[in-house]
Design a protein around this ligand. Structure first.
Ligand code: MOS
Length: 762
């Protein structure tokens, strides 16, 4: 950073672990000055007070609308508009299914009389106030022609289909060697089924939109992880030019993948605002969030693990069954960790989907790995128990520096170091080797661990940086900050690259008027947008250096370019120098502008990229009630360069706590009569609160990976949830000797197997 080494023109080294500076937007957030989509009257919008919309969701999961009686609503106080399929403007058909960017598909709302899922919008009421809109919406009577539904994954597993490709473009099937034959002759065989439930994102900020038209152009303030995709999707739906849609998302109260797609709020706000000639805003209610957006699919996983008695893996097979909406083709790539985590000569994976009359499944934090790691890492724990081997040693025994499915080396991989360092820091040697033997009063105590693994990916991004004559740098790009710290790390990259203090940099984001980026998702945000900003800075440094040596008014006039460096807000060479702003002012009174970009095609060829880590957990299980308390968790991670230890720790810690949630409480249950999720509010959908969380510690290993991208950063945002639920599950086993293979591990699943208290070995 600013107090670091001078930054030479051609060697702008970022520190291996950047300092944990505070969030640059922290003050705005805690003082309530960071404006979210539903808020207005911000710096950006000074028009009339928006009208307010309320969505009427379908109460059936499949069928047709027979009639809508909206008379009372239309004449209710304050109501300006009632939109239904009968009067909604024409829109493009849904899709296409094979869209290269599925988050930019056309998604018509109120397009016809069909209901495809519980919660499908059937009417939209716009009124002067929220209360008027809601009251009128509740008076609308809809009659349906209801069709039979299929919403139950287990009985339908025999109907499961192989689709062409999965999330991330991977094929649904993979085979190395002959896993079935190797399993049949393996000395030790683990043959188990694990299942994980439906889950919902439950972001603090619900989806919300404010649409404002200006002639043919609409601006939508919304809560979006990918503003460029959403602009394209809205333009496609409304059959207008992309250049006439501006999507803005400055601050976002949690994304987790649930804001990769856009939803009906954006389309309905835009349609109604156009029809009324007035701004319209709408937010989904908390209850609506559970059906009108996406969720993580339930999974059924069948694992077969064959090994030698010394723990060497001989076969791994992982078959997964997942749900997708009847009209969609998303496939959660559950067996992804099994394809790449451990050395094994025979690996097979298979993903089949069941199309059900449920809302769309799509990405939720570490899609694939978050749930697949439960199956794989718990099955390996079962193997360790079967051969009486330490679970850490079992992982070390099967470590590899080569992806066992692609047969390509990893650009960097410190799994073994994470396991070893984690075991030492955690005090793993104190783990009871025999399950169910460590008891403190009513509490059975145990330790568990699991590996963490998440593929790394680079996407496309571009950025622009402007150096003003006062020396201030302004970075613009259509990146988003979903709470991860993007504003902060991009500020740091620009400051460090230009040799200025972070206070001299302003990063502006979340706006399709800025250079496009892939946005936030898949843990690619920091490395992708960060690389674009880094390159814009490289380009700016080059322009400044060339101008300085050619400018007779510069103290660097005639200096050799390669002697130039940037430090303390100055451009310097050979003991001479000047302030960046002074040079910029002479070059261009409006400031000097430079651009940079990075492309996914630059990802290293013939190598595999991934982030790694190791989770350790200690739990106590109440022998009488079956209640599980997490006492402490430790995660040790290696993710290449750490840009900001503070924001990355928060990310990883959040993921670890989410793993705790997946392990113990988080679950949505389908009401098979109606095709809805039964627990659709935060009173019934159980995520951990402060009192549920014990000690959580995050530690990074230093790792340099110059191959992955220009800034050597690998993804860390999702790694924390990969393996953490398995570590908890394995700790519950170690504490009790009870192996629960259906997540979450709720007390009812433990109770029948808990030893009577008097028989618990003390
Ligand atoms: Mo992530 S689940 O790709 O936001």
């Amino acid at each position: 950073m600013a107090d670091g080494d001078p930054k030479g023109l051609h060697e702008p080294q970022l520190a291996p672990i950047g300092p944990g500076i505070d969030r640059v937007d922290g003050r705005l957030k805690v003082t309530g000055h960071a404006t979210y989509a539903y808020e207005y009257g911000s710096d950006e919008y000074h028009g009339p007070e928006p009208l307010v919309g309320f969505i009427v969701p379908a109460t059936i999961a499949r069928g047709r609308i027979v009639s809508i009686d909206s008379h009372a609503a239309e004449t209710a106080p304050g109501v300006r508009l009632v939109l239904t399929h009968a009067n909604a403007p024409p829109q493009a058909p849904w899709g296409p299914l094979d869209a290269e960017d599925r988050f930019a598909r056309a998604q018509p709302v109120l397009g016809n009389d069909l209901v495809r899922e519980y919660g499908d919008p059937v009417a939209f009421v716009v009124a002067d106030t929220f209360e008027q809109a809601r009251a009128a919406a509740l008076s609308i009577a809809v009659t349906y022609d209801r069709e039979p539904i299929e919403v139950d994954l287990p009985p339908s597993v025999s109907d499961a289909k192989l689709l062409g490709k999965m999330d991330g473009g991977e094929k649904p099937q993979s085979a190395v060697g002959d896993a079935a034959a190797a399993f049949a002759r393996a000395p030790v065989r683990i043959d188990v089924r694990y299942d994980t439930p439906y889950q919902n994102h439950a972001q603090m900020e619900p989806h919300a939109s404010l649409a404002v038209w200006d002639g043919p152009r609409v601006t939508i303030w919304c809560s979006s992880q990918m503003v460029d995709s959403h602009r394209a999707g809205v333009a496609a739906t409304l059959q207008m030019s992309k250049s006439n849609v501006r999507t803005v998302s400055r601050y976002i109260g949690g994304g987790f993948g649930g804001k990769l797609p856009y939803f009906s709020d954006q389309i309905l706000a835009a349609l109604a605002a156009k029809q009324l000639g007035k701004p319209v805003k709408v937010a989904l209610t908390r209850q609506q969030m559970f059906h009108l957006t996406t969720h993580r699919t339930q999974t059924f996983q069948h694992l077969q693990v064959g090994a030698a008695r010394d723990g060497a893996l001989q076969s791994l097979s992982h078959d997964a069954f997942v749900q997708t909406a009847r009209y969609d083709n998303f496939v959660e790539n559950v067996a992804q960790p099994t394809r790449g985590l451990y050395a094994c000569p025979n690996i097979s994976t298979l993903h089949k989907v069941v199309k059900l009359d449920l809302p769309r499944s799509d990405s939720m934090r570490a899609p694939g790995d978050a749930v697949g790691s439960i199956g794989l890492e718990c099955a390996l724990d079962e193997l360790a128990a079967a051969i009486d081997m330490d679970p850490v040693k079992l992982r070390l025994r099967n470590d590899t520096m080569v992806d066992p499915t692609r047969h390509e080396p990893y650009t960097s991989r410190k799994l073994a170091e994470c396991l070893t360092e984690g075991a030492a820091r955690f005090g793993w040697d104190k783990r009871p080797t025999r399950p169910g033997t460590l008891r403190e009063g009513e509490w059975l105590t145990g330790y568990g661990m699991a590996s963490a693994f998440r593929g790394n990916m680079l996407r496309n991004a571009s950025a622009q940086i402007t150096l003003a004559p006062d020396g201030h740098l302004t970075v613009r790009l259509a990146m988003t900050d979903i709470g991860t710290g993007s504003y902060t790390i991009l500020t740091q990259i620009a400051a460090e690259s230009m040799g200025v203090d972070p206070s001299q940099v302003t990063v502006l984001m979340g706006d399709t008027d800025f250079p496009p980026t892939a946005g936030s998702g898949g843990s690619f945000g920091a490395e992708t947008s960060g690389s674009a900003v880094f390159r814009a800075c490289e380009s700016l440094r080059a322009a400044l250096a060339q101008a300085a040596v050619a400018d007779s008014a510069s103290p660097l006039h005639g200096a050799a370019i390669e002697t130039i460096s940037f430090e303390g807000g100055r451009i310097v060479a050979g003991g001479q120098g000047e302030m960046l702003g002074a040079l910029a002012g002479r070059m261009s009174p409006g400031g000097v502008v430079a651009k940079g970009q990075v492309s996914k095609t630059e990802a290293p060829k013939g190598k595999t990229e991934a982030s790694f880590g190791a989770h350790f957990a200690e739990v106590a299980v109440n022998a009488i009630t079956g209640e599980v308390r997490m006492r402490r968790m430790l995660g040790v991670f290696a993710v290449g360069r750490v840009l900001n230890a503070k924001t990355l720790s928060s990310q990883l810690m959040g993921g670890m706590i989410w793993g705790l949630s997946s392990a113990l409480t988080e679950e949505n249950v389908v009401d098979t009569r109606f095709g809805d999720f039964a627990n659709h509010d935060l009173a019934n959908y159980h995520v951990p609160i402060q009192a549920d969380v014990g000690s959580v510690e995050v530690h990074f290993l230093q790792e340099q990976d110059p191959e992955v991208n220009p800034i050597g950063v690998k993804g860390g945002g999702e790694l924390g949830i990969c393996g953490s639920a398995a570590a908890i599950g394995n700790a519950v086993y170690n504490a009790t000797g009870i192996r629960v293979r259906s997540f979450p591990i709720s007390p009812d699943k433990l109770l029948p197997h808990l030893p009577a208290l008097s028989f618990v070995r003390v």
